[in-house]
Design a protein. Structure first.
Length: 120
């Protein structure tokens, strides 16, 4: 099972991997030095943690994702709805739209998603 709990820094690091994968761990360490001002051991420690969470793999120095960015954030959203709204997507949407009005475009996009999902 994939652990979807990421801190802000871990999420930024994960995004760097998703944007550059597959990437050699040495090149990832160089990228993190530039983008995050990290030392090499920090990169390897955080990478190890994210591999243990089941998000990425490091095989023979080549880093790639086990799940895509879209799949990961979908899982994270699903977990949030399960925990905060007892699994009720309508309850989540009701809470969300109570604070933010949806545009006509957003409503149409959601309707298309719903209708597409009905056929599966």
């Amino acid at each position: 099972m994939i652990d979807t709990n990421l801190g802000v820094v871990e999420a930024r690091f994960a995004d760097l991997i998703w944007q550059n994968e597959p990437i050699h761990s040495r090149n990832l360490a160089q990228l993190c030095a530039r983008e995050l001002n990290w030392k090499r051991p920090t990169t390897y420690n955080v990478l190890r943690k994210l591999c243990e969470k089941g998000i990425f793999r490091n095989q023979e120095g080549m880093v790639s994702s086990v799940v895509s960015r879209t799949e990961f954030y979908g899982l994270q959203g699903q977990q949030f709805v399960e925990e905060a709204f007892e699994g009720s997507l309508p309850a989540f949407v009701a809470a969300f739209t109570a604070r933010k009005k949806l545009s006509e475009t957003e409503i149409q996009e959601l309707m298309e998603i719903i209708h597409h999902g009905e056929g599966q």
